[in-house]
Write a protein that binds this ligand. Structure first.
Ligand SMILES: Cc1ncc(COP(=O)(O)O)c(C=O)c1O
Length: 401
């Protein structure tokens, strides 16, 4: 099936976090948003047909996820798309990836234990560690030639007395897809010090270059303290349908996870819609993923060209994966606050500031490119308008309404 990702879908008035509630993050209404990570695309047709059929049934009783249709769809998908095998018994349902990450942190460590994560990082990683009363230690990635590198000797020092390494793979916000060699090094260091690894693979299907996502699970023959949380919600744009899964080869941890979800948090029934989205998405929608990847790649190329031609102080190169553009504004002769202020008040555009993702994100921008190209064109023109204003008024006291 051919999908039309150019189609403009009006999301206003749908209780949509990105569009209807932009004021919460940027303090202003009526901004063109490139913020929270969902796409503006319609979902794959096979999923929408199934959802419509289920909704027309008017039967939405308690629902089971623990069957071969759900778990098999995940296992088949990992095998087909990511060349990775798993046992169906390892798979558990979870309402969201961050629910899984939070619960796994509690199951795998004690209060005050050290949890290491990379920086910059998806901001919820910082809060999920700290709000669970664990000690957060950031490993600052090194920006090198437009990409980001882990300093493995430093990481080893940091992991020596840690309990968990919390990995985002592929990495939000930089879009890095960790190579086999990098994954191998992470695993060997963690194994050496008995550090458990939690990998959030929610962005695994958006791939813009040749390098492939290597699931954490691929290393199970080397090390067994490996815990994965993922979802089809980014891939098919279905976070509002609710549903995700965790892959827990350690049967004791799996049983504890199930006990917590069923007997403590009482999350017994999955969302029927989320469950169907996973099953149908993972079995019938590869064409959607491939076409969306092509579309996002072209969007990224467009951003690169536009910035190069119009705003050369901003540096941008194509990420390995994700639909998040990570733009380096460190050469721009204004502060992040001045830039944001001009974006919001002059350009009327909402782009996440890099500081949201930690210290190593200072003076970067995270631009969500999971949208029709026309929106991106509009957004970049707004960015340019804001920056032209700043360059022309650089001695002024900042933009006013
Ligand atoms: C890396 C990463 N993990 C998790 C999430 C959130 O997933 P969920 O809503 O399933 O918790 C996001 C959303 O932006 C994300 O980027």
């Amino acid at each position: 099936m051919k999908y039309n990702f150019d189609e403009i879908n009006n999301r206003l008035g749908t209780y949509c976090t990105q569009w209807d509630y932009i004021e919460d993050r940027f303090g202003e209404k009526d901004l063109l948003p490139f913020s929270i990570s969902d796409t503006d695309f319609k979902i794959p047709k096979p999923i929408s047909k199934t959802i419509q059929k289920v909704s027309q049934s008017e039967l939405y009783g308690y629902t089971r996820w623990n069957h071969e249709d759900f778990k098999g769809s995940i296992a088949q998908f990992y095998k087909r798309r990511h060349d990775c095998e798993m046992n169906l018994d390892w798979i558990v349902y979870s309402p969201s990836v961050m629910y899984s990450v939070s619960l796994l942190i509690r199951l795998l460590s004690k209060p005050k234990d050290k949890v290491v994560t990379l920086n910059p990082m998806y901001d919820s990683f910082f809060t999920v560690i700290q709000d669970n009363d664990r000690q957060l230690e950031s490993h600052y990635l090194q920006a090198q030639n437009g990409t980001y590198e882990i300093n493995f000797s430093l990481l080893e020092k940091q992991l020596k007395d840690a309990t968990i390494f919390l990995l985002c793979s592929p990495h939000n916000p930089t879009g890095r897809i960790w190579t086999y060699e990098e994954m191998e090094k992470i695993i060997s260091i963690c194994k050496k010090y008995g550090v458990k690894i939690i990998s959030d693979e929610i962005h695994m299907d958006i791939k813009l270059k040749e390098n492939k996502h290597i699931p954490l699970l691929s290393f199970l023959d080397i090390y067994d303290e490996l815990y994965t949380a993922s979802s089809c919600s980014k891939t098919f744009n279905v976070p509002g349908l609710i549903g995700s899964y965790a892959i827990l080869p350690n049967s004791q941890v799996k049983d504890e996870f199930l006990h917590m979800t069923r007997k403590v948090d009482f999350l017994n029934s999955p969302s029927i819609f989320g469950m169907y989205a996973t099953m149908v998405g993972y079995t019938e929608c590869d064409d959607y993923i491939d076409q969306m990847n092509d579309y996002i790649r072209k969007n990224m190329e467009y951003v690169q060209q536009f910035l190069f031609e119009n705003l050369p102080d901003f540096h941008f190169s194509m990420p390995d994966g994700t639909y998040l553009g990570w733009i380096d504004a460190r050469n721009v002769p204004f502060t992040s606050e001045q830039i944001q202020d001009a974006f919001v008040h002059v350009g009327k555009v909402a782009i996440m500031k890099g500081e949201t993702y930690g210290k190593a994100g200072e003076k970067y921008l995270r631009l969500n490119c999971g949208c029709p190209k026309a929106k991106l064109e509009d957004g970049l023109q707004r960015m340019k308008k804001a920056m032209d204003w700043l360059y022309n008024n650089q001695k002024g006291g900042g933009p006013k309404e």
